[in-house]
Design a protein around this ligand. Sequence first.
Ligand code: FES
Length: 233
Amino acid sequence: MVVEIPEELLVSKPGQFFMLKSLQDAFSLRRPISIHQVNKQDRTMEFYYEVKGRGTESLADFQEGEKISLQGPLGHGFSVVKDKKVIVIGGGMGIAPMKYLLDDLKENNEVTFIAGGRNQDAIEILDFFSFQKLRAYITTDDGSVGMKGNVVTKLKDLLEQDSYDQIYVCGPHGMMIAAAETAQEKGVACEISLENRMACGVKACVGCSIQTVDGMRKVCHDGPVFDSRKIVN
Ligand code: FES
């Protein structure tokens, strides 16, 4: 979905999210959806989401020109570094927020991107990505595209061969934890996005509370992006 936004929303950072709701749908709650891309020149923001419930179904029914309710930007996004060697990892729907992050990082860093999913369909989102100015690897569980295997196997390979300063991960929880453990073993800083843990998105419920080494934290407010060393599995 491409949304025209007011100028003040251009400050939105990679990894942050918005609560979206169709104005035609009086019954559904707003849905938290991460930013896929911000286009500063034409003042638009893109969201890429999976239709899997009433809220996202009504978003998918949108017609061109219709108005939408947007609340955000919310949460803490990824820390965008400079002059570093970084690895960005997206798994399945977790690939979506990495487009904006990659575009921000590749201007001033040496960037390697690993994207993976179950099969070809799970990674069709990559059709919307530009692979200029970055090194990219694709993995699928069934080997239908790219390397057969998963993103963590590729991450291990890369960390064996070279040293990196920072890793960013978004995807299924188990994959993120495995990637974070791999990063920690090698002493590389790692940020993970726990966005799939959110419900209301605005600190109004307890649905997103998680245990961290600093006590309980709310994913929608203190995250969704966290330093992986802070997370208690
Ligand atoms: Fe409700 Fe965070 S999602 S408090």
